[in-house]
Design a protein around this ligand. Structure first.
Ligand code: A5P
Length: 200
């Protein structure tokens, strides 16, 4: 299988558990941290380029999970690559602890901005978008910021970001991208929430 590996503390638990199974898999990764950890465990990590143009599964964590199935990702600043990997996967499975479900999606919403014209992009976006202090550039040279304003409808906010020049991508992941969310409950049980992704 071709497997996309996400980023974050949840994925850092997933990797050794996957490695124990000694599976015959090829991996693409969403961050340098995940790449280092995956290689150290012996995974076959490949660049996400031709001939790899689709993945069988991507597995990742999330910062927020709404009742409708929207996710917020990018607490680690890796959301652009995470979205590309999730979008390329036949199945996108999210693993999250019981503190991640929320009643309503709320700020901060991570953004990746182009370094080119950054001041102009920030001026257009207004004071609700602030650079994330101390956060390194993404592996693709993007600048990580967060939107701190009202979210309201995640779909409307996602549509707004999609039309803003200089916004490379944002951390709102629609339910249509998600196959399943596995929520780890405090009692050790796993609650499974179906996403709205359709195979293929
Ligand atoms: C990385 O940019 C994020 O999207 C993470 O996947 C998300 O923040 C979940 O991280 P944790 O597993 O550390 O909570």
């Amino acid at each position: 299988m071709r497997v996309g590996l996400g980023t974050g503390s949840t994925v850092s638990y997933l990797l050794p558990a996957l490695a124990e199974r000694e599976l015959d898999i090829v991996c693409v990764v969403t961050s340098i941290a995940t790449e280092k950890a995956a290689r150290a465990l012996g995974f076959d990590v490949r660049p996400f380029e031709a001939p790899i143009d689709r993945l069988d599964i991507a597995i990742d964590g999330a910062d927020q999970v709404s009742p409708a199935g929207w996710l917020v990702k990018g607490g680690g600043g890796a959301h652009t690559r995470e979205k590309i990997v999730a979008g390329a996967a036949e199945r996108f499975v999210v693993i999250a602890s019981s503190d991640k479900p929320v009643e309503r999606i709320a700020a901060p919403i991570p953004l990746e901005l182009s370094a080119f014209g950054l001041a102009a992009t920030l001026r257009r976006l207004g004071g609700e978008v602030r650079l994330r202090q101390g956060c390194p550039l993404s592996p693709d040279g993007g600048v990580i910021a967060d939107y701190w304003g009202e979210v309201g409808s995640p779909a409307d906010l996602a549509a707004r970001f999609a039309t803003e020049p200089g916004v490379i991508d944002h951390g709102l992941f629609p339910p249509e991208m998600v196959t399943e969310v596995l929520l780890a409950m405090p009692d050790g049980n796993v609650e499974r929430r179906a996403g709205q992704a359709t195979p293929g």
